[in-house]
Write a protein that binds this ligand. Structure first.
Ligand code: AMP
Length: 214
C-alpha cells in the first residue's frame, strides 16, 4: 500500500502516518523528519534545508526529490510506504510519479486531512516535538505521559522553530500557494480521499482505516 498524506502543516499528517505505519507495517517517510535529522547531525543537506525551514519556506525541489526517490527504493518499502510532507509541489508530485512509473508502480491513495487555517494556527502553538525521535505531541489533545518529556525516548520536548506563530502563518500561505494544487492533481488521478481532520485523532484514524480496509 503506497499512501500520501496531504493537508496543511498541523493538519495531523504526521500523527496519522505513524499510526497507519504501525497498523499496516509499512515505513513512515517524513521529509520534515529527514531534514530535522540532517540539521541535528550538521550535514550539508541539513545546513541548506535549515535556511528555508526557519523562514517557513519550502526547501527547493532539487534537494527533496532525489532523497525521497532513493528512500522508496530501499527494501523496507517493497510492500508499500507512507509519504508525509512529500510531495509538496506539483513538480515534486511529477517526479514521484515518473520514478514509480519506471518500475510500473503508482501511488494508491492521497489522503487529504481537511482543517481550516484558524484551527491550524491554534493547534500549532500547542504542538511539542521530540527532536531526537521525531515524535509529536499536543498540550491539549495529545499529551505526553509526563509533561514536557517524550514517551518514546525520554528526550525533552520543544516548540519547533517552524511551529512558532509567525512562521506558521508564512507556512500556511506557502501551503495554499504551492501545496494545495496537489489536491486537484490527485483528484484528477482518481486517488484522492478527503477526511475531516478536525475530528479527534482516533476518529480520523478510524475513518481512514475504514476506507483502506483492515
Ligand atoms: P514538516 O515537518 O513536514 O511540516 O516540514 C517542515 C519543513 O521542512 C517545511 O516547512 C519545509 O521547509 C521543509 N520540507 C519538508 N518536506 C518538504 C518538501 N517535500 N518540500 C520542500 N520542503 C519540505
Amino acid at each position: 500500500m503506497k499512501l500520501i498524506m496531504l493537508g496543511a502543516p498541523g493538519a495531523g499528517k504526521g500523527s496519522q502516518a505513524k499510526v497507519l505505519s504501525d497498523k499496516y507495517g509499512i515505513p513512515h517517510i517524513s521529509t520534515g523528519d529527514i531534514f530535522r535529522a540532517n540539521i541535528k547531525e550538521g550535514t550539508e543537506l541539513g545546513k541548506k534545508a535549515k535556511k528555508y525551514m526557519d523562514q517557513g519556506l519550502l526547501v527547493p525541489d532539487e534537494l527533496v526529490c532525489d532523497l525521497v526517490v532513493d528512500r522508496i527504493k530501499q527494501s523496507d518499502c517493497a510492500n508499500g510506504f507512507i509519504l508525509d510532507g512529500f510531495p509538496r509541489t506539483i513538480p515534486q508530485a511529477e517526479s514521484l510519479d515518473a520514478a514509480l512509473d519506471q518500475i510500473d508502480e503508482a501511488m494508491d491513495f492521497a489522503i487529504d486531512l481537511e482543517v481550516a487555517d484558524e484551527v491550524i494556527v491554534d493547534r500549532m502553538g500547542g504542538r511539542r516535538a521530540c527532536l531526537k525521535c521525531g515524535a509529536t505531541y499536543h498540550l491539549i489533545n495529545m499529551k505526553p505521559q509526563k509533561d514536557g518529556i517524550c514517551d518514546r525516548c525520554g528526550e525533552a520536548l520543544v516548540l519547533r522553530d517552524d511551529d512558532k506563530p509567525e512562521t506558521v502563518k508564512k507556512r500556511l500561505t506557502v501551503y495554499h500557494d504551492q501545496t494545495k494544487p496537489l489536491i486537484e492533481y490527485y483528484r484528477k488521478k482518481g486517488i484522492l480521499k478527503e477526511f475531516d481532520g478536525t475530528k479527534l485523532p482516533q476518529e480520523v484514524t478510524n475513518d481512514i482505516i475504514r476506507m483502506l480496509g483492515e
